[in-house]
Design a protein around this ligand. Structure first.
Ligand SMILES: Nc1ncnc2c1ncn2[C@@H]1O[C@H](COP(=O)(O)OP(=O)(O)OP(=O)(O)O)[C@@H](O)[C@H]1O
Length: 737
């Protein structure tokens, strides 16, 4: 069975004009709306057609979409099949609206409706069996932010810099270690937990979406149906992917840019995976990003539904075309429809005891029959495979083929009750590593530190060519290693080797992936993004002078170009406006009469009584609407560094001290000296002696992060004892440029 791909065109937003619509929906061969048409951006008279399993226009309600696409999967879930449901699309296309939705009852998205339905079905099942069948629902919710996994049931301050580790479990299945699993038994409980967890999700404002998801969010719901004799668990994963972003349009700077690079990279890898699968290549580059490892498209069993979210206007023309092409390939991916095995209950096993007298949970086989060719081809996986199964409860979540095994008890100390969660909202977790990236880097193995310019270049080249080389690879994946018992001491050694290997590989791979992205940005002429990426890569290769020189050269180039843009800020802004008009002057080939502005919220009766009662309590029902482009920065929450295009001062020599201040030549000069982190240069500045210079450099080092200062606000934000705004202003005034 192949991935079911359905398209959903979002309604026009307030700031969008009807005449700018470019998408239209048409009937397929069976008379159902299935085809999306979009004009060729280069030739107005030509149209491209993309056929999907279904296509929905702006008039489809949340309830309508749920009934047509999600509700049928619940039946399969209760029959023991796993389900993956994910929303894909460019930023601002409506993925979060589709998956999470708004607060109004009619606006609630697929996820709350899904849970509502699961609870209703569970209750009906329990009732009809007169209590002989019980249904347990466990939830995990996490995000992948800048390629790190964070538990959304944990408050952000509990996060470690490295995030949660992910591992390949038996059979190539990817699992997140140390993730909370929260039991949940009613829609009310779910809504409380879900809304609270969503507040932990990384969201930011960009020019294209006032509330843009900066991460991929994955909700995993495990449903276990138990009778007196057997128990069967199946899982549904509902994923709200972050959207791809064109940074020429988002106006992203700083953190947003880093997030964006990471989002774009993971989506790029996903597209490569899909391409590799569709071309039946033996190596699928899943490992290149955590999102693709977790999503494991084409490797997972059960049903997969992709909702392709599409913005209707020509402002997104090229992005929409890219999304349609991606979806067109995705729909061809075959997914095995494999039912999860039940666990048969037998007489309780005698508890196995260790020398310490600790009663252990019986080990359970972890696996399903899916194999990830890419993972299996990897040496690490071989090490993984030879290990006995670990005791993490999140590992043992799928097929349980053994007989005579007891069902996991509800009272497991690994899980908290929903009541506990509601009371404290601190899910119980598995231990996880807390080592920070910085400390890892400082104590890093000598090989990483001593990397030379030549080897670095070779590594980057290798990374870039890996994807291409993979296509040539025809070797069949090695067969799964046979699991065997390993003595505890050997296992401990294997674990430690694996950890060491992972540490090195992970760090180096991260550094290389930043270099890889830097090169991509540079090739596209996006110097600022390239600089950010090189700066992020730098701590991974601290002794590499070539890299250092590259960064300095690029930094100077960026500063110079900012300076010249600033000098011509006014005329440039006007021109920019004109260019945009010209760019958008592509007339749509056809307009869909069905598409219009959003209808009034419809009445959503089947969401359930519980939700209805809840809905009245949400006063803020209206979804955020994208605002008109303004010259003011829209990000009010994050720290903002103005970029030249939005600056108003025509005089670059005015030393303005507000956050909207232009980068004056003096400020630029001061920033470039600070970014050298050189005591000798800093102590030469008027008003700073050796001690202050040392404190500044120490602070810059402690502050960590590869990126340097960029604007006056960054300078004022430095928390160095004895140096406040006044000192910085006088230091700046003392500079001769
Ligand atoms: N079907 C819809 N009905 C009404 N409003 C919608 C619909 N789809 C999207 N919107 C609105 O469009 C805007 C962008 O949607 P949303 O935030 O869901 O996009 P996204 O694809 O998740 O973006 P990002 O990737 O940046 O997070 C929001 O204001 C949302 O309320």
């Amino acid at each position: 069975m192949s991935v079911r791909v359905v398209a959903r065109i979002r309604p026009l937003l307030k700031a969008e004009a009807e005449k700018d619509q470019i998408l239209s929906i048409h009937e397929g061969s069976d008379g159902k709306p299935q085809i999306v048409k979009i004009p060729n951006p280069k030739s107005q008279n030509e149209e491209y057609s993309f056929a999907f399993s279904a296509a929905y226009g702006a008039d489809i309600s949340q309830q309508g979409l749920f009934d047509a696409e999600v509700a049928p999967t619940i039946k399969h879930l209760f029959q023991g099949f796993d389900v993956t449901l994910f929303a894909y699309g460019v930023t601002g296309s409506g993925k979060t609206h589709t998956m999470r939705g708004g607060k109004l009852l009619a606006d609630r998205g697929m996820i709350p409706r899904l849970l509502s339905s699961i609870f209703r079905k569970s209750k009906a099942l329990e009732k009809s069996s007169h209590g002989k069948t019980t249904v347990d629902v466990l939830m995990s919710y996490y995000e992948i932010y800048t390629d790190k996994v964070f538990d959304l049931f944990e408050p952000p301050e509990k996060r470690t810099t490295t995030g949660l580790p992910i591992r390949e479990a038996e059979g190539g299945k990817t699992v997140v270690a140390g993730l909370s699993e929260v039991p949940c038994s009613s829609l009310k409980e779910f809504e409380f937990l879900y809304d609270k967890a969503n507040a932990n999700r990384s969201v930011g404002s960009t020019k294209l979406n006032a509330e843009s998801s900066r991460s991929h969010a994955i909700l995993r719901v495990k449903v276990t149906i138990s009778t007196a004799t057997e128990s069967r668990a199946s899982t549904i994963c509902a994923i709200d992917l972050a959207g791809s972003e064109d940074n020429r349009r988002t106006g992203n700077v700083k953190e947003r840019m880093v997030e964006s690079a990471s989002i774009n990279k993971s989506l790029f890898v996903l597209a490569q995976c899909v391409e590799a699968i569709s071309k039946k290549q033996s190596r699928i580059p899943y490992r290149e990003s955590k999102m693709t490892r977790i999503l494991s498209l084409g490797q997972n069993n059960g049903l997969t539904v992709m909702i392709l979210n599409l913005p209707p206007t020509k402002a997104f023309h090229l992005d929409t075309l890219t999304s349609l092409n991606f979806a067109n390939r995705t729909k061809k991916i075959e997914v095995r429809e494999v039912e999860n095995e039940p666990i048969f209950k037998g007489p309780p096993r005698p508890p196995s005891t260790t020398n310490t007298g600790v009663v252990r949970k019986p080990l359970r086989p972890l696996s399903n029959i899916s194999t990830n060719a890419n993972i299996l081809a990897n040496k690490e996986a071989q090490i993984d495979k030879e290990k006995p199964i670990k005791l993490f409860s999140v590992y043992a979540d799928k097929s349980h083929t053994g007989t005579g095994r007891s069902v996991p008890q509800k009272s497991s100390p690994l899980k908290r009750t929903a009541t506990d969660m509601l009371a404290s909202f601190r899910p119980l977790k598995q231990p996880r590593p807390t080592t920070s990236t910085t400390s890892l880097l400082r104590k890093g193995p000598p090989e990483t530190q001593k990397i030379t310019a030549a080897t670095l270049d070779a590594l980057v080249e290798r990374k870039v060519s890996e994807i291409l080389a993979a296509r040539e690879q025809n070797a069949p994946p090695p067969s799964a290693a046979i699991e065997k018992a390993i003595p505890a001491d050997v296992q401990a050694r294997l674990d430690s080797i694996e950890r060491r290997l992972e540490g090195q590989e992970g760090e180096r791979a991260e550094g290389l992936s930043y270099l890889f992205m830097a090169k991509q940005h540079q090739a596209r002429g996006e110097d600022f993004s390239a600089l950010k990426m090189y700066e992020l890569a730098q701590p991974f290769f601290p002794a590499n002078e070539k890299l250092q020189r590259k960064i300095e050269k690029l930094r100077t180039k960026v500063i110079e170009s900012r300076k010249s843009k600033q000098e011509s800020a006014e005329p440039e802004r006007c021109q920019h406006g004109q260019n945009l008009e010209a760019e958008e002057d592509v007339r749509p080939g056809k307009q869909d009469p069905k598409q219009g502005r959003r209808d009034e919220p419809d009445v959503d009766e089947s969401y359930g009584q519980e939700a209805e009662a809840e809905a009245d309590t949400h006063s803020d029902g209206s979804p955020p609407i994208r605002k008109k482009k303004s010259s003011k920065p829209s990000d009010s929450t994050s720290k903002h560094c103005p970029i030249s295009a939005s600056r108003d001062s025509p005089d670059p020599l005015i030393d303005n001290s507000t956050s909207d201040a232009p980068l004056t030549p003096r400020t630029i000069h001061l920033i470039s000296i600070l970014n050298t982190r050189s005591i000798s240069q800093l102590k030469g500045l008027s008003g700073l002696g050796t001690k202050k210079a040392e404190s500044i450099v120490q602070h810059l080092e402690d502050r960590g992060g590869a990126s340097g200062l960029e604007c006056w606000d960054d300078v004022l934000g430095l928390e160095v004892r004895g140096i406040g705004r006044k000192t910085w202003e006088s230091v700046r005034e003392g500079l001769i440029v």
